[in-house]
Design a protein around this ligand. Sequence first.
Ligand SMILES: Cc1cc2nc3c(=O)[nH]c(=O)nc-3n(C[C@H](O)[C@H](O)[C@H](O)COP(=O)(O)O)c2cc1C
Length: 327
Amino acid sequence: MAHFKTRMTEVLGIEYPIMCGGLQNAANKELAVAISEAGGLGITNISMYPDLDDFRETVRWMRAHTAKPLAVNISMIPNIDMGDKIRQYLTICGEEGIDVIETSGKDPAEFVPIIHSYGMKSVHKVPMPRHALRAQKSGVDCVTIVGSEAAGHPAADLIGTMVVANKAVELCSIPVLVGGGICNGRSMAAALALGAEGVVIGTRFLNATECCISQNHKQWIIDHTEKDTILCQKAIRNMIRVAHNEAADQCLEMEKKPGVTLQDLMPIISGAVGREAYRTGDTSKGMFSVGQDIGLISDIKPAKEIVEELVRDAAAAADRLASIAKW
Ligand SMILES: Cc1cc2nc3c(=O)[nH]c(=O)nc-3n(C[C@H](O)[C@H](O)[C@H](O)COP(=O)(O)O)c2cc1C
């Protein structure tokens, strides 16, 4: 296997510069452990647990199943103060030996000292270069910049990975990780060629054998193309890229109502509806976050094989670059 040494692998203590992004309802403990055991950085997401005890139990399970670094995603919602809750989750992460906290949604400045007080590292995810610079000022250890191809929440301006990543590496002195449309070795090598220290991958890991979403959802990804995602929730200023399914169409229809609120949309977009859809395999229900890279995903395999393939093909792409560019 190829060897990679970047500032991401050094700062986060991992073998390969590959991290799984926090996946609401899909970053289950088995997937997290499998990715970390394969040499990447596996993650779970606090939103998946009904209460703090349940979360602590899951973290203990993960810690018992791998000695390698593990991450937890804490997604914040702009304009909602989740401070006390976040401090409680961070305490559990610190006490139970989590290594990395991935934050997103709003500036993590008030939490960075707490993260560091437990010896954990802080990775903050942003959609625009100016947010990356702000995260650096807040003291995070690495910043992830995610272009508009990605699953989840892009910036309103919808600028692609190639441009936002390029600009973020120019602006920031801390390690920059890149996400959005990265699902194979070629795109991983492209991110590294742009100056990134590593990659953050979401959609590709949905089709890992260990991922808890249903077989129907994994098959949906295989059966659809890069044209089959859609942007919802613009009307409530919380834009999200999701699979273009019946629920997305219903959501867009409801968004036409003047003054539509989050509460109005909840019966379609709530996390509980999405979780139930993953459980039952009903791909018509729930907001199913996927990136445009579904057009490049054609199989389901163990996370270890996904990581090995990424590493092997990124090294081959780097060799190709080296062979075509000579001084
Ligand atoms: C099913 C799913 C759920 C996601 N949920 C979250 C989340 O709760 N918080 C977050 O910060 N990012 C979330 N993301 C975004 C990913 O962490 C990551 O930034 C993104 O998937 C990278 O782009 P890619 O999908 O093209 O690989 C989610 C992505 C997916 C596929």
